[in-house]
Design a protein around this ligand. Structure first.
Ligand SMILES: *Cc1c(COP(=O)(O)O)cnc(C)c1O
Length: 238
């Protein structure tokens, strides 16, 4: 069994190898540690190993974890950066706007408007990625690719948000060619938005099972859970 610190090191080494293979610099790819279903102890262990950015999908679980970390080690907790990456219900936007630094899973303008209105004045603008349903799966969240440009132009105008880029979760496949094709479509959409004048810098794509393909296609944030924390057990958490 490897410790969380060892697994973080392994993932960082895999990020560096994938970046170098794609003629990119390892520091162009940020690691978001997805800590959903894992408790404050796991987050603290990762934080002590130098990990700063954490991703969460479930609001109440995340808020409980933040509070526990605050009580456990206020100095470490103050240095963490929280990214919301799960589906967003419109009645949950206020606590998301108040407690997170980033939201990767915005798929409707109305949600973005609420996040902007509800972002507390004393905090910097909330960093936003629009989620794209790149594989066209009926069951999956996200904007259809043809809806992205209009939504991006609207979200970029909202005063308390900073639109950073796109997020996608392609249909799972073990075939690296198919993985790259899907990530390549996200990258093409991203490039179009930049050509339209939007100042974007973030492609949030790649998980434990498809990280190298995402990095090859330009990922700037990879969202990695199980390769750091182990297999998730949903039976007790949700
Ligand atoms: C759970 C989750 C991840 C992490 O997935 P792993 O396969 O455990 O790396 C990344 N992104 C999103 C949106 C998730 O829900």
């Amino acid at each position: 069994m490897f410790s969380i610190a060892e697994k973080l090191q392994q993932v960082q080494a895999q990020i560096a190898a994938a970046a170098l293979a794609a003629a990119r610099l390892p520091q162009e790819v940020r690691l978001l540690a997805v800590s959903k279903t894992f408790g404050p102890d796991a987050v603290l262990e990762a934080a002590h190993a130098g990990q700063r950015a954490f991703g969460e999908n479930y609001l109440q679980e995340a808020l409980d974890k933040m509070q526990a970390l605050q009580q456990r080690d206020a100095a470490v907790a103050a240095g963490l950066e929280w990214h919301f990456i799960g589906p967003i219900q419109s009645n949950k936007t206020r606590p998301i706007a108040a407690h997170f630094d980033w939201v990767h899973s915005v798929e409707r303008e109305k949600i973005a408007q609420r996040l902007s209105e509800q972002r507390p004045q004393e905090l910097p603008p909330l960093n936003i990625c629009l989620q794209v349903n790149i594989s066209g799966e009926a069951s999956k969240s996200g904007l259809a690719p043809h809806e992205v440009a209009t939504a991006a132009q609207a979200v970029a105008q909202l005063p308390r948000l900073r639109l950073r880029g796109l997020m996608a979760i392609p249909e799972p496949t073990a075939d690296p060619q198919l993985q790259r094709a899907a990530f390549g479509r996200v990258r093409a959409l991203f490039d179009e938005l930049k050509q339209q004048g939007l100042a974007l810098d973030t492609l949030s794509m790649g998980m434990s099972a498809d990280m190298p393909a995402a990095i090859a296609e330009g990922a700037s944030i990879v969202r990695i859970g199980s390769a750091i924390f182990g297999a998730r057990d949903y039976s007790s958490a949700h």
